[in-house]
Design a protein around this ligand. Structure first.
Ligand SMILES: [Cu+2]
Ligand SMILES: [Zn+2]
Length: 194
């Protein structure tokens, strides 16, 4: 009697195993290994804005951005400025060239709701780069390293925004540094080498 019961239990156990294996869900596709890591590595770490003059001006040049860790080196090479003059340069909100006076680029790029400021002030617009100085030939070279923007990372990404050179000097005053008219504009984009 006992052995019959044991055999019956044995077959019952087998039946449960078979049913369980038949009803278990089919194997799902494995997630691709670390997709986030791959996307991070593909982020561009360089950007460039090629500047064209606004109406009535001759200012041209380029501004290059190279990200390294938490900092971005910004290098401007500008020509066509007034000799021996000082000019504000900012990243503006929009990469929109549709206005011949540069106004379609909007205000200073300011995703953190900061007041305007010069680069020595940590509480400033993300787009506030201060001033660059033209030599007697109207050429300006300037390099500055900042830690409040990224090319296209999580922190204040600048790709696709606007680059503006102004007629006047940025005095750090509110709301926009009294920098005057916009003499050159360009869209911050991905460079060929980036
Ligand atoms: Cu500006
Ligand atoms: Zn500003």
């Amino acid at each position: 009697m006992l052995s019959k019961k044991i055999i019956a239990l044995f077959w019952a156990a087998i039946a449960i195993v078979v049913v369980a294996s038949c009803t278990s869900s089919p194997p799902r596709d494995k997630p691709s290994p670390s997709p986030g890591v791959k996307a991070e590595a593909a982020l561009p770490l360089e950007a460039i804005a090629l500047l064209t003059p606004t109406a009535g001006n001759q200012v041209t040049g380029s501004v290059r951005f190279v990200q390294s860790g938490d900092t971005v080196m910004v290098t401007a090479k500008i020509q066509g400025l007034q000799p021996d003059s000082v000019h504000a340069w900012h990243i503006h909100e929009f990469g929109d060239l549709s206005s011949s006076d540069g106004k379609a680029m909007g205000g200073h790029y300011n995703p953190e709701q900061m007041p305007h400021g010069l680069p020595n002030n940590p509480k400033r617009h993300a787009g506030d780069l201060g001033n660059l100085t033209a030599d007697r030939l109207g050429k300006a070279m300037k390099e500055i390293t900042v830690d409040n923007i990224t090319i296209n990372g999580a922190k204040n990404p600048i790709l696709g925004r606007g680059m503006i050179i102004h007629a006047e000097t940025d005095d750090g005053g509110q709301p926009l540094g009294n920098a005057g008219k916009r003499v050159a504009q360009g869209i911050i984009g991905v460079p060929q080498s980036g």
